[in-house]
Design a protein around this ligand. Structure first.
Ligand code: GAF
Length: 381
């Protein structure tokens, strides 16, 4: 927060009006289910994007950041033309003003962004940035936009301006999360339930192991999987794959080509795993999350084919070292796995994973523990 405020002062020569922040996320289970009408169970993490911001007296928007040189300047009327990293913050402002019909009655903004959410790891650095900018702009422009509406606006910015065909999982986690709790998101029903986790009380921790293999959802596998899911749904005669019941699943998907059947199986079974995970936690059995995570990894690896060897190696190594369960988290095609561990074993498991993954010829992974944290908020009050 101090760095963002200091960066703002250095860039613009005066203090910001306020500082807002939003978290990255770790998805405990339920992957690629958002755009298929299924379920997910994410936590917001204690790594945040921070934006220092002030209103201007004209129609200019300026945005600077600690992770790129220079300040990008654009008129409010031209926000949708943003490219590169600035497409995320400026795309959010465009989507917000477009939805509120407010482009001709607001003044410009000065923004300075900093973040300790690692990029390309699969912990939603982009949604954190979008959400932080969104809550700042909504407050400075005195708009009535609800958190639920912000989720959709941030997704729209990412889809339209940044060009990544993503769902609403990450933005939901960044904007709606509560400390020490997961969210149970049902994208079919549109419901959001807060599920207290009790991990501290159970002596458990969530470890993120970054494979350092980078992914990019604006290109490649993510969009291909999305199209495969749409094709499978079309062949099965459902609007969204998660409408296929888990009972009788194998018979239902039998007519599909093999790859599409496996995509469908992943979506339906991962949605069921979310319900099982929420039930385990609500019944005071958080350790039972472990096998659910490991089964979810096998599904991402074998049925959805969205894992990579370095992440598979980290998952196997974590389980061999005593993790209760482990799985790739996020969209896949690189990124990180999470491991559910006894807190007093976290360091030893992280070290054992690094040793074995390197011995198997993969890059040295980077491990860090995360805590379930609150969603976007003003940070200087
Ligand atoms: C990425 C996307 F942004 C999300 O919408 C979601 O589909 C996720 O991959 C996979 O669960 O993070």
């Amino acid at each position: 927060m101090r760095d963002a405020a200091a960066g703002f002062l250095a860039a613009y020569g005066h203090d910001a009006t306020g500082v807002w922040s939003a978290p990255g996320r770790v998805n405990l289970v339920g992957e690629h289910t958002d755009y298929n009408g299924g379920a997910s169970m994410p936590i917001a993490i204690d790594r945040r994007a921070v934006v220092a911001a002030s209103l201007r007296h004209d129609d200019l928007v300026r945005v600077g950041t600690a992770f790129a040189d220079g300040v990008v300047e654009v008129r409010i009327a031209d926000l949708a033309d943003a490219t590169g990293w600035s497409a995320y913050p400026l795309g959010v402002l465009w989507a917000l003003l477009d939805a509120e019909g407010a482009a001709d009655r607001v003044r410009g903004l000065d923004l300075f962004i900093d973040s300790d959410v690692p990029v390309g790891v699969g912990v939603s650095s982009s949604a954190a940035l979008e959400a932080a900018v969104c809550v700042a702009a909504v407050e400075l422009w005195a708009l009535d936009t609800t958190r639920e509406a912000m989720v959709v606006l941030c997704q729209r910015a990412e889809n339209v301006v940044a060009g990544a065909p993503t769902g609403t999982l990450d933005q939901s986690a960044a904007l709606l999360s509560h400390a020490d709790a997961a969210l149970l998101l049902d994208f079919g029903a549109g419901s959001v339930d807060v599920v207290p986790l009790g991990l501290d009380a159970a002596g458990l921790a969530v470890l993120v192991v970054d494979s350092t293999v980078r992914h990019d959802h604006t290109t490649g596998g993510y969009g291909i999987r999305r199209r495969e899911c749409e094709e499978a749904a079309g062949l099965l005669g459902v609007a969204l794959l998660a409408e296929v019941p888990v009972d009788g699943l194998e018979d239902a998907i039998a007519p599909l080509p093999d790859a599409l059947a496996r995509r469908a199986r992943h979506i339906v079974t991962d949605t069921q795993r979310c319900l099982d995970a929420a039930e385990a936690v609500r019944s005071g059995r958080p350790r039972d999350l472990g096998p659910i995570l490991t089964a979810a990894h096998a599904s991402m690896r074998d049925d959805f084919e969205a894992s990579v060897p370095a992440v598979d190696a980290a998952v196997d190594a974590a389980i061999a070292a005593g993790a209760l369960g482990a799985r790739i988290t996020g969209g896949g095609f690189g990124g990180a796995c999470i491991a559910l561990v006894d807190v007093d074993r976290a360091d030893a498991i992280a070290a054992a994973v690094a040793e074995r993954v390197v011995a198997e010829g993969h890059p040295e992974p980077v491990a860090f523990a995360v805590r379930a944290s609150a969603g976007a908020s003003r940070a200087d009050r």
